[in-house]
Design a protein around this ligand. Structure first.
Ligand SMILES: *Cc1c(COP(=O)(O)O)cnc(C)c1O
Length: 497
């Protein structure tokens, strides 16, 4: 079988193996690792249809992670996708209204980040073993709310690893914050950072690219890696559930094998939708990838005009995990649009960090046909959540609500009735206050737990264990930092003076 190697989007440095790319997280030149070619499915699509989630995960992931042995990869998959998920389907698909909702929130922390972050610790420790890497791995992660908890839960007490999370102060929901602050595990740490998600992500990326700091840590036996979706070890497991959704639709008789579907994804850092794009490159029959943004609609504007411009007010919305103006993973698509020319890609990324914007050529823009960009306001979102509930009794969260609202617009604008899968990225319980505000605006409660109880009455869906746990859990973390003092906070956590 052909080996798939990974190279940086910003230089012509020698490609490395998948396991090394997972260990590194970010390339030393600041670029992201991309596969040197597009893997395809190893057998006809029909033969993937009957597979269980775990079997399908193996069939898809082995095409990307070619330096892992079958035994290694199956160990990772079986360790990750087990009874930590509250349903054997792992990623169930439900048809409501005129769309299929792919529920990606049945893991431990009730957001889709669990789909990749329950397997990343296995992939990373396996990669370390394969490469005889002796250092303790320090995972640095910026979070808009959900990655942080999912990464801490995944890495808690995993030998040979530390996990340090930074989240924007005032930029996450009460539930998200409580979930992080109550995380157990001697190797976990979390700090709120003054600023928004982009500030946190930039500060963390800066540490990654700081050669002095890297050397200082190496001298103490530490090595940085990332649990953000810039890590290919996050991206590859996310391809699986789109293929699984398709197979589920075939099994249910919703479509015939070979028919096209659309995939609509509530987008922030562009990781989840990029995985859907990779699924399409593998051979999944996908017509349009609908990229749904909230009021931070930098991607909608990009898809419509070819100009990426982050110089605009940062909006705090009720879909906080999508409050992002610098969508890191878009770089992987841009690189491809540049015909895999790292210098051309780097020039655009430098313009983004220097001037806050860049523009792609018309020729590049023509290749964006796979995508449709759309956005929804707070009002559209709330209205959509309420009307879906009224019509079907089904409750979606505020991120899925953005996708649902954008899909409705897309359908009206284009008349395209291709069966459409909407990535349902969080349990409504995680954003109970906003969801109840949308459905029952007159309801009031003292804190988020009151809204959770009301949500239970409205939806009839059992309260997930992730919520019950934090009702009583003790606060274990209380760090605060700024972009400037972030390196010192890391030293303090690692006890390096
Ligand atoms: C992270 C997140 C998103 C955005 O996903 P990206 O991969 O960053 O585009 C959407 N919804 C929820 C609930 C999330 O946690």
């Amino acid at each position: 079988m052909k080996e798939i190697m990974y190279k940086s989007t910003r230089s012509d440095a020698e490609p490395i193996t998948a396991s090394k790319a997972i260990l590194a997280g970010l390339a030393p030149d600041g670029g992201l690792y991309v596969p040197t070619e597009d893997p395809s499915f190893d057998r006809p699509l029909e033969e993937l249809v009957p597979l269980s989630y775990q079997e399908l995960a193996y069939a898809v992931m082995k095409q990307y992670l070619t330096d892992f042995t079958e035994e290694e990869l199956r160990h990772c998959i079986n360790g990750a996708y087990d009874s930590k998920f509250d349903t054997p389907a792992i990623a169930p698909l439900v048809k409501k209204g005129n769309a299929w909702y792919l529920e990606l929130f049945h893991g431990k922390t009730i957001a889709f980040k669990d789909m990749a972050l329950s397997i990343l610790p296995y992939l990373m420790t396996t990669a370390a073993k394969k490469n005889h890497s002796e250092e303790e791995i320090v995972i640095l992660t910026a979070t808009s709310g959900d990655t942080g908890k999912a990464a801490m839960a995944g890495f808690a007490d995993v030998p040979g690893t530390r996990i340090i999370v930074f989240y924007p102060k005032g930029g996450v929901s009460m539930i998200q914050e409580l979930q992080m602050l109550t995380q157990k595990g001697a190797n976990t740490a979390v700090a709120k950072i003054h600023g928004n998600f982009d500030d946190a992500q930039s500060a963390v990326k800066k540490v990654f690219n700081d050669a002095d700091m890297k050397a200082e840590l190496a001298a103490r036996g530490f090595k940085f890696s990332s649990a953000n979706s810039i890590n290919v070890g996050r991206l590859v497991p996310q391809i699986v559930y789109y293929v699984y959704a398709y197979c589920t639709m075939v099994r249910n008789g919703d479509i015939a094998c070979g028919d096209e579907i659309n995939i609509c994804v509530p987008t922030g850092n562009f990781g989840n939708i990029l995985a859907a794009y990779y699924a399409k490159q593998m051979g999944l029959p996908v017509r349009k990838l609908i990229c749904a943004s909230n009021e931070n609609k930098v991607l909608t504007d990009f898809f419509r005009t070819g100009s990426y411009d982050r110089k605009r007010p940062f909006m705090l919305t009720s879909s906080p995990s999508m409050d992002i103006l610098i969508s890191s993973n878009l770089e992987r698509l841009i690189y491809r649009l540049c015909e895999n020319d790292p210098a051309a890609n780097k020039a655009l990324m430098d313009a983004l960090s220097g001037d806050g914007k860049y523009e792609i050529t018309e020729k590049m823009q023509e290749k964006l046909n796979d995508f449709y960009g759309g956005c929804a306001s707070e009002e559209d979102n709330f209205e959509g959540i309420a009307s879906l509930y009224k019509e079907t009794g089904y409750v979606i969260d505020t991120h899925t609500g953005i996708a649902s609202a954008v899909y409705r617009k897309y359908r009206k604008e284009t008349g395209d009735e291709t069966p459409t899968v909407i990535a349902s990225t969080a349990s409504p319980y995680k954003f109970a206050k906003s969801v109840v505000n949308a459905i029952d605006p007159a309801f009031e409660a003292e804190n988020d737990f009151g809204f959770i109880d009301r949500l239970h009455e409205l939806s009839g869906v059992a309260e997930p264990a992730a919520i019950t746990e934090i009702r009583e859990a003790k606060i274990l973390h209380d760090r605060e930092t700024t972009a400037e003092t972030l390196p010192d906070t890391i030293r303090e956590i690692l006890r390096i003076e």
